[in-house]
Design a protein around this ligand. Sequence first.
Ligand SMILES: Nc1nc2c(ncn2[C@@H]2O[C@H](COP(=O)(O)OP(=O)(O)OP(=O)(O)O)[C@@H](O)[C@H]2O)c(=O)[nH]1
Ligand SMILES: [Zn+2]
Ligand SMILES: [Zn+2]
Length: 239
Amino acid sequence: MHQTFDAALEINLLHANQQGADHNRSHFDEWGITCLNVMSSPGAGKTALLERTLAELNHELRMAVIEGDMTTELDADRLRQYNVPVIAINTGRSCHLDARMVAGGIHQFAHQYNPSDFDLVFVENVGNLVCPAKFEVGEHAKVALLSVTEGEDKPLKYPVMFQEADCLLITKLDLAPYLDVKLDRIVENVRQMNSHVTIIPVSAKTGEGLSQWFDWIRSSLSHYTMQNLPISASMSLGG
Ligand SMILES: Nc1nc2c(ncn2[C@@H]2O[C@H](COP(=O)(O)OP(=O)(O)OP(=O)(O)O)[C@@H](O)[C@H]2O)c(=O)[nH]1
Ligand SMILES: [Zn+2]
Ligand SMILES: [Zn+2]
C-alpha cells in the first residue's frame, strides 16, 4: 500500500534534528552570537531585506550570514557585496535547511573567522512556507516574511510558519496600493494563528518600517546576550 505520510518517521527525523539544533545553539551561546532564522515562501524578499539590513547596521553590529539555497550561490553573491562573511549552503533536493547542514556552515565559519568577534548571524532559509518552520537550525528566534502579493489567506492555509514565528514582517508594502489586499486582514489572520508575534510591515524598496525591524533586532540581541552571559558576569552586573 502506498503511504504518503509516515508520522513515526517524521517524529524520529525531527528528534534527531532537534539534537543537532541544540548543538548549534550551544556554539552560538558560547560565542555570544544571536542567530535569527529568516524564512518565507520563494521571493517574499528575504535577500532584499538582508541587503538593507547589512548595509544599514554594518557600523553598529558585526554580522554574518549562512545562506541556504537549493542549487545556486546567487543570493550569497548578492550579500557578499556588503563585506560580511557569507557561508553558502546548497541543500540539493531538500526544500529546507536542517540542523546538520547549518552545523557544516557554522564549523566552516568558525574555521575562517573568530566567531567571538561577531554579534549576529542570519540564516537565510530556502524559500518554502512549510518545511523550514518544522526544522530548527539552532536559532534563537524565527523571523517569517509574508509579502503583500501572496494574499491575505496564507497564515490560515499554511499555519505552522506563522505559529512558530517570533517576528513577522509583512513585506513589499510599497506594492499594497496596486493590489486588492487589506493589511488589516493579513494582521488579523496572523493574530488568529499567533497572538504574541511582533508584526512589522516593511518595504525593502522604500525603507518604510525598516527602523522598527532594526529596533526589533536590537531588542532580541540584548535579550539573548543577557540570557547567555556566564553566571559570574550576570551576577556582577546585578550588583
Ligand atoms: N517592490 C518591491 N519589490 C521587492 C521588495 N523586496 C523584494 N522585492 C523584489 O522581490 C523579488 C524577490 O526578492 P528576494 O529578496 O530575492 O526574495 P527572496 O525571499 O530572497 O527569494 P528566494 O531566496 O528565492 O526565496 C526581487 O525582484 C526583489 O527586487 C520590496 O520591498 N518592494
Ligand atoms: Zn533569497
Ligand atoms: Zn522539506
